[in-house]
Design a protein around this ligand. Structure first.
Ligand code: AMP
Ligand code: MN
Ligand code: MN
Ligand code: MN
Length: 282
């Protein structure tokens, strides 16, 4: 059965496989089209296009940007972006540089607690300019301060723990305007709702739509059927596009596979034409 996967990370952000390796996995499970959606960078796209060209897999230029609304993180995927747009690249560099500042602040807090950690080592371990907490967790593990990535998060890195520093993130309206200006389609990644929500997911989507949102990532590794059907009804009511992807990270998120997520994910190629149509062509 043919399938697509519109949410994939590589070593260009916090994934553990290169774009070439991700494309090889995709090929092995019958993925016919995919989007590379690294955090705050498009640097992996050229390698993905090259590999896709060889394998006959369509590669859609994408990215995932974090934003903040009412104290919560809202992740926005951008599809069919003109990734060489200079303004977009400047905006992405701004996001990457604020990540680096935050990592330096978190390192300082860990050092205050007696850990001999250097930014230089974090930087070379990450091997990319998109440095995130998963990289810091790896450094703590490598230097023997924790026994697992999970312990690194639980003890030091998760929100509210001793070394945590919040990221200063733009509002969703801002990052969606960047995506639109670069010709892309803004989609809400892994929509969630919890008991702490002050407004319903429907209302949130309605507000985001006013600010430029065009679609919802409804098919997702962790979504169970009831969640999918609730999300489909929200998309129908708001006339939003439906997308889907695994959020594959390789070893960074064990258990999630390209194309199939935890085993039951299957995203239909039929979702692609409407998404393509929604892109802003010059
Ligand atoms: P950052 O972008 O630097 O804030 O890091 C966020 C990333 O950390 C997310 O993509 C998650 O995959 C990862 N993450 C967050 N919490 C945990 C956790 N408790 N265990 C493992 N990974 C986590
Ligand atoms: Mn990630
Ligand atoms: Mn996300
Ligand atoms: Mn993601």
């Amino acid at each position: 059965m043919s399938r697509i996967d519109l949410h994939l990370h590589t070593t260009y952000s916090d994934g553990s496989l290169s774009p070439r390796e991700v494309l090889a996995r995709a090929n092995a499970v019958g993925v016919t089209a995919l989007a590379i959606t690294d955090h705050d960078t498009t640097d992996g796209l050229q390698e993905a296009f090259d590999a896709g060209g060889h394998l006959g897999i369509e590669v859609i230029p994408g990215m995932e940007l974090s934003s903040q609304w009412n104290g919560e993180e809202v992740h926005i995927l951008g599809y069919f972006i003109n990734w060489q747009d200079e303004t977009l690249q400047r905006q992405l560099e701004g996001l990457r540089s604020s990540r680096r500042v935050r990592m330096i602040q978190m390192l300082a807090k860990l050092r205050e607690q007696g850990m001999a950690l250097r930014y230089q080592d974090l930087r070379s371990l990450a091997g990319t300019s998109v440095i995130g907490r998963p990289h810091l967790a790896q450094l703590l593990l490598k230097q023997g301060y924790v026994r697992s990535i999970r312990e690194a998060f639980d003890r030091y890195l998760t929100r509210g723990s001793p070394a945590y520093v919040p990221r200063d993130l733009p509002e969703p309206a801002i990052v969606m305007s960047w995506i639109r200006a670069a010709g892309g389609v803004p989609v809400l990644a892994h929509p969630r709702w919890g008991p702490d929500r002050t407004e319903s997911l429907f209302q949130q989507c309605e507000r985001l739509k006013e600010d430029g949102l065009r679609g919802l990532e409804i098919h997702y590794s962790t979504h169970h059927p009831q969640q999918v059907s609730r999300l489909l009804s929200i998309a129908r009511r708001l006339n939003l596009l439906v997308t889907g992807g695994s959020d594959f990270h390789g070893e960074t998120k064990p258990g999630i596979e390209v194309g199939t997520g935890f085993g039951t994910l299957s995203v239909s190629p039929a979702l692609l034409p409407p998404l393509r149509k929604a892109a802003v062509h010059p």
